[in-house]
Design a protein around this ligand. Structure first.
Ligand code: MN
Length: 441
């Protein structure tokens, strides 16, 4: 185990040592913040209930002699892309230095009140932004349970198409509508068709859904025409975020053949604000993807003896507007684990670049809905209510087949196991606002 994930490490920032804290010193996730009322974006690292300001860290000389001048320059940027481009050895050097600066037994920064005040901001006094500019966004379909469930609804006699176990199926999404947690979502309008298939209409979508997903952030990319071999995946994958891929099921059902999802998925995708690095996830890595007797063996370009999954617990909760007004806790509607996925992030990266398709720092690769075997581990309402046949009941007694205006969907994720310190991902949330029927730019 690397020194930065050593379970015996504690921080002089006491809130980071509290049980159940998402951001202990073993985590150190990257994000982008501005101080409340100040319009300057800075790269930050979450520690306990504080944010460590990376630019201030550079300006106070705290990284000198430990991190390259390129890394120091990149950490002074107003976005994370330049740092993502630097690659794994630079990421590690910064992580190791920051871990050392925050350790209980290294009080240098703690004992320098000016530097301490410049470098630390309470999380309650910042606004969080998307950490990087996202050039391209791809959404996969990597859960066998999700693909089988959804397939059996849309094609009862033929749920899993023959390609599915041979390659990670995906589609190219829209980076333009990816937003940070807390951004409200406007119910979209769309074209749908009547049940008998005779009449089309346009209006606010009725079957609005969430999708519980995990996304990976790309570091150094590849030139067009070159591939990223699967065994090099760790050099190119920076970290992981939580994602809600909001979906309009009535639109999807009408539009998805023959070319796959389009408007049903392009109106909003929400990401959690912090990127948890693969270095922080090392203690929670598990053996590569599960395969059953009779599954096809992967072609060489999708095979890597050291491939890994991540034991990452995930939950989805919903709170109606009424529940929030009354101060009621949200209702747990799904729980899953990312280790259940059939395809790994390395396989997705190797497959996506197998044609020579270029990746760029800051691109995101989403897993597709994370669903497990059990009913309560189905990662979207389409599956959870089985197309609305089995509504779920919220804490205020109201029923949901799909989302209603005013509903807040809250995704959380965390890793824990014996012999390691629990790390969390923070929140990925959004509230559904009523549709705008007026057409304006
Ligand atoms: Mn999706």
């Amino acid at each position: 185990m690397s020194t930065t994930t050593d379970p015996n490490l504690t921080s002089w920032i006491e809130s980071a040592n509290e049980a159940g804290c998402d951001f202990p010193i073993q985590n150190l996730p990257f994000g982008l913040f501005s101080r409340t009322g100040v319009d300057i974006r800075c790269i930050g690292i979450a520690i306990g209930d504080q944010v460590l300001d990376c630019r201030a860290l550079v300006e106070t000389g705290r990284l000198e002699g430990h991190c390259s001048s390129e890394a120091c320059q990149a950490l002074g940027s107003h976005r994370l892309n330049e740092f993502l481009a630097l690659g794994r050895s630079e990421w590690r050097a910064v992580r190791e230095r920051v871990s050392a600066l925050l350790r209980s037994d290294m009080p240098d920064l703690k004992d320098d009140p000016n530097h301490r005040e410049a470098c630390l901001v309470p999380q309650s006094e910042v606004v969080l932004h998307l950490p990087m500019e996202i050039g391209d966004y791809t959404d996969f379909y990597a859960s066998l349970h999700h693909a089988t469930n959804v397939g059996s609804m849309f094609r009862p006699d033929n749920p899993l198409l023959p390609n599915w176990k041979n390659l990670p199926v995906g589609y190219h999404g829209r980076a333009s509508s990816v937003v940070v947690s807390g951004t409200p979502l406007t119910r979209p309008c769309g074209q749908t068709v009547s049940a008998d298939g005779d009449e089309t209409s346009f209006g606010p979508v009725r079957l609005l859904d969430y999708e519980l997903e995990v996304t990976f952030v790309v570091g150094p990319g590849n030139q067009m025409g070159r591939r990223i071999p699967i065994e090099d995946a760790r050099e190119h994958l920076f970290g992981v975020m939580l994602m809600n891929d909001w979906s309009a099921r009535d639109v999807q059902k009408w539009e998805y053949q023959p070319l796959g999802p389009f408007n049903a998925k392009n109106f909003c995708t929400t990401l959690s604000p912090w990127i948890v690095t693969l270095d922080a996830l090392e203690p929670f890595m598990v053996d590569g993807p599960p395969r059953s007797e009779g599954d096809p063996s992967n072609l060489d370009y999708l095979t890597w003896a050291d491939d890994f999954g991540v034991d990452l617990n995930l939950t989805v909760e919903i709170a109606s507007a009424g529940m929030r007004e009354q101060g009621m806790a949200p209702t747990l509607v799904s729980r899953g684990n990312y280790a259940d996925m059939y395809w790994t992030m390395s396989q997705m990266l190797a497959h996506h670049t197998s044609t020579g398709c270029p990746m760029n720092p800051g691109d995101i690769f989403a897993s597709g809905t994370v669903s497990g075997d059990a009913e309560d581990s189905r990662g979207c309402l389409l599956e959870r209510t089985w197309r609305g046949q089995n509504p779920i009941t919220l804490g205020d007694g109201t029923e949901r087949k799909f989302l209603q205006d005013g509903d807040e969907v809250l995704i959380t994720g965390w890793c824990e196991r014996e012999g390691a310190v629990r790390i969390g991902f923070g929140e990925c949330s959004g509230v559904v606002m009523p549709a705008r029927e007026q057409v304006t730019a």
